[in-house]
Design a protein around this ligand. Structure first.
Ligand SMILES: [Mg+2]
Length: 259
């Protein structure tokens, strides 16, 4: 594998939809292991801890360990510890990922930092207005990611990035984003497998956050036509993916062609 020596894979929409394995997902992960191609699963999902994610994927037949997964929640915790140590943090996010926010002081009022993660029913007017008031009082806005939507077996789901955009518009300030498409997130995932961006590929179903974000960080971008993929998103995207494949099951063939 001369060209690409390591791979980052998005989870939702690439390996699974509604936590069921997509065609070729199980075999592709097995193929990467057999060929000793180092990989990490890099996800903006905020509903699960890494340990929960690994267990959920294993029950879908995808054999991975918690250490092989990096999440936007873990990246956010790292950012807060490094750049805002001791800050009082208000978190609005789906899931029980707070276990991955160890060392972060969580508050409900008077925060120094407002963190938005994945959207859920708790994104009520009351909760968003509470966040807005803290921002107007000087709190910093951080996004675990800025995904606008995702897709489940039930249909389209509006995500946290849409609410971040609204808060940015209202406050006139920009959020710091810790998950995809932040370059630092791709770089820190690659550092755990010792692969440089020029020798790595990122596979995702979100053309902006996964693919173009990775390409901006120096990786080869691979878009899959599964999950949230829609042809119109590709057409209106502010860039062009390096490669587009029908599903993750086509990845081994692409990597062999690139080698
Ligand atoms: Mg995805």
């Amino acid at each position: 594998m001369g060209g690409i020596q390591g791979v980052l894979l998005d989870i939702d929409g690439v390996l699974t939809v509604s936590w069921r394995a997509l065609p070729g997902a199980i075999e592709t992960v097995e193929w990467l292991r057999e060929r000793h191609v180092p990989f990490r699963l890099i996800t903006n999902t905020t509903t699960h801890t890494r340990a929960d994610l690994a267990a959920t994927l294993r029950s879908a037949g995808i054999a991975v360990e918690a250490e092989e997964i990096v999440t936007a929640v873990v990246a956010t915790a790292s950012y807060l510890r490094a750049h805002r140590p001791g800050a009082r943090v208000f978190v609005l996010s789906d899931g029980n990922a707070r276990a991955d926010l160890e060392g972060v002081t969580l508050v409900e009022e008077g925060a120094d930092v407002v963190v938005l993660g994945g959207a859920y029913e708790g994104f009520t007017y009351e909760a968003l207005n509470r966040a807005f008031r803290m921002l107007m009082d000087g709190a910093e806005l951080i996004g675990m990611h800025r995904n606008l939507y995702w897709r489940t077996s039930e249909g389209w789901q509006l995500d946290g990035g849409a609410f971040i955009a609204g808060l940015e518009e209202a406050t006139g300030r920009r959020a710091v984003v810790c998950g995809k498409p932040a370059a630092a997130y791709f770089e820190s995932a690659l550092s755990t497998i010792g692969v440089t961006p020029e020798r790595a590929a990122m596979v995702g179903d979100d053309v902006v956050n996964d693919v173009l974000g990775a390409q901006a960080a120096g990786l080869t971008g691979v878009l899959v036509r599964t999950g949230k993929f829609r042809p119109e998103d590709l057409e209106r995207a502010p860039g062009v993916p390096d490669h587009v494949i029908d599903e993750v099951g086509s990845l081994p063939e692409l990597l062999e062609r690139l080698s």
